[in-house]
Design a protein around this ligand. Sequence first.
Ligand SMILES: CC(C)(COP(=O)(O)OP(=O)(O)OC[C@H]1O[C@@H](n2cnc3c(N)ncnc32)[C@H](O)[C@@H]1OP(=O)(O)O)[C@@H](O)C(=O)NCCC(=O)NCCS
Length: 180
Amino acid sequence: MSHLEPILRPARESDADAIAQLHARSWRASNRGIMPDAYLDGPVVEERLALWRLRLAEQNPRHLTFVAEARDGLHGFICFELDADPVWGTLLDSLHVDPRLCGRGLGAALMRVGLARVLEVAPEQPLHLLVFEANAGARRFYERLGGHAESCVPEPLPDGSGTAPAIRYVWPAPVTLPDN
Ligand SMILES: CC(C)(COP(=O)(O)OP(=O)(O)OC[C@H]1O[C@@H](n2cnc3c(N)ncnc32)[C@H](O)[C@@H]1OP(=O)(O)O)[C@@H](O)C(=O)NCCC(=O)NCCS
């Protein structure tokens, strides 16, 4: 690892605002046309701030969040929820890389580091996630990491305005990722 690469570490409560800002920026870049413009151009930042402040303050042991931190701030984050579903097991709740830094391997690095910790504490659980059907880049990313498209389900939008079709990707237990 060069000195310019970010450090991957567990998230702290003090990371909440930076995570929320990055989450909103990433949604604005990747979810245009999926989430309403009125939400992405309006309350998305405040709404993500409220969620991340609460989530990191709670210190719920079922939530495992990791950040990629560099000298100039956060470059990405990943969050898992253990025991999220009786059938599908651990949920990959969110994974976001700064839109200016996508395509350089950071998403895969966050996935590998985060998942290694998840498997230490919940080795018997499968892994799943939901990604909007229209998010072709993220779907390619998860397929390359060995996820199987299991079904298409209506995913509620965060502003409560409706749903959008999402693909459920699954990794059966014991979860492994391909080497590269
Ligand atoms: C999906 C995401 C986390 C992947 O992280 P990343 O650091 O860009 O991914 P990596 O560099 O490790 O892997 C690159 C692969 O990711 C995929 N990818 C997805 N979005 C991409 C983007 N905006 N730019 C480049 N690659 C992207 C491609 O398959 C790419 O491989 P390819 O260039 O050979 O097609 C990241 O692109 C991102 O944050 N996207 C926006 C938010 C999002 O969609 N999150 C997932 C929601 S469930």
